[in-house]
Design a protein around this ligand. Structure first.
Ligand SMILES: [Zn+2]
Length: 383
């Protein structure tokens, strides 16, 4: 079965061989065969197909790839948010209230909640998402969180090292790298740790990631969110695919990222929701560091599932160009998950795409807060 989408006002391909960053084709068409892109080019040169869809001059983009979210939880923390907006400072301890609610929830309640958030993401154009554990924090609850996440995505991450409980952090690391890791590993592709003052230090984070690597998981890291620290350099030293947050960086951190090729995943929903300074995306891009954008959707520090909002914030608050922001939210996210089947609309890639009720990608930042995503398709079908 082949489908030709034609009359596309602007097609963003992210073709790495194109002259411009987004590989834009105007007045374009796109041919899908089965679940993958078979051809892209000018509409007047398009091949025939079994069926045809008229895009009506809309822009078509690769679906957003949200490489960082924490969707498996129960309850919300609206009161904490309101208090913060009234002037109280953010403290990592708020995670514990979500942990208590998550442990108390049934499987059915957690599944229904993740399903609702995944639907919310899809309505906003996200076609691939990563989902972390980290609100269970027992052997059983971490494994169950990941098993639930697996029902929605292959990109599951064991974040047992999310918050340090009262007591000895080194003993806690032994638990995370021992029985919890053993139970979690069958349901996870990645392992992550929260490397920050007040959470895990560099040695503890390294221990957690190396234990994950030893059982076949891929490492990633939360680092330099709340202040400067060793996390980003640890990520570069270990050659991680991506390191996330990168809000407080020194020149040495930026050089380490550039030299290692580690992607800096920026999460502007966090700075928006916590009134922290935004990461210096311009310094990263100008130094030649690859950048991804993700939502960090979680009930504490960034309860948005909207990649269009992240694009708008990246442009307005982080001085990225609209093209850089859209690239970071699509191809950047794919690279941050080490995926070469999504994030671009070129022959051979998955036909995961978004129709915008707008003529160009620029409208995502130009018209912030407007629901511009008309429809998302995954593997060649509307969702
Ligand atoms: Zn996070």
């Amino acid at each position: 079965m082949s489908t030709l989408i034609t009359n596309i006002g602007e097609l963003v391909t992210n073709d790495p061989d194109a002259d411009d960053l987004l590989g834009v084709i105007e007045r374009a068409a796109l041919l899908i065969e089965g679940t993958t892109v078979a051809w892209v080019g000018p509409a007047d040169a398009a091949p025939t197909a079994d069926q045809q869809v008229d895009a009506g001059g809309r822009a078509v983009l690769p679906g957003f790839v949200d490489s960082h979210s924490h969707l498996v939880f129960a309850g919300d923390r609206a009161a904490e948010f309101a208090a913060r907006m009234a002037g109280e400072s953010y403290a990592a301890g708020g995670i514990r209230t979500t942990v208590a609610a998550t442990r108390a929830a049934t499987d059915e309640q957690l599944i229904a909640h993740v399903a609702r958030l995944v639907q919310e993401m899809r309505r906003q154009g996200t076609t691939t998402m990563e989902i972390k554990s980290g609100y269970g924090l027992t052997v059983v609850d971490e494994a169950r969180s990941l098993a639930i996440a697996r029902q929605f995505t292959e990109e599951t991450t064991f974040l047992g090292a999310h918050v340090v409980p009262d007591g000895d952090p080194d003993e806690y690391v032994a638990l995370v790298t021992g029985p919890r890791l053993e139970a979690a590993a069958p349901h996870a592709r990645w392992i992550d740790a929260f490397c920050e003052t007040g959470a895990f230090d560099a040695d503890q984070a390294r221990t957690v990631l190396e234990a994950g690597i030893a059982v076949g998981l891929r490492p990633r890291l939360h680092a330099n969110q709340l202040g400067p620290g060793p996390g980003v350099r640890l990520a570069a030293e270990l050659g991680l695919t991506a390191v996330d947050h990168c809000t407080y960086l020194t020149d040495d951190d930026i050089h380490a990222l550039r030299d290692s090729g580690t992607i800096a995943t920026l999460l502007p929903g966090v700075e928006f929701s916590t009134r922290q300074p935004y990461p210096d995306a311009r310094a990263l891009l100008d130094a030649g560091v690859s950048v991804a954008l993700a939502s960090d959707c979680n009930p504490g520090s960034s309860y948005t599932s909207s990649m269009p909002l992240c694009v708008a914030l990246a442009v307005r608050e982080m001085r990225m160009t609209p093209a850089e922001a859209v690239h970071a939210a699509t191809a950047g996210g794919a690279a941050a998950l080490d995926r070469d089947d999504v994030g671009a609309l070129i022959p051979g890639r998955r036909a995961d795409l978004v129709f915008l009720d707008a003529p160009t990608h620029v409208h995502l930042a130009y018209r912030p807060g407007v629901p511009l995503v008309a429809q998302a398709w995954i593997e060649g079908r509307p969702v």
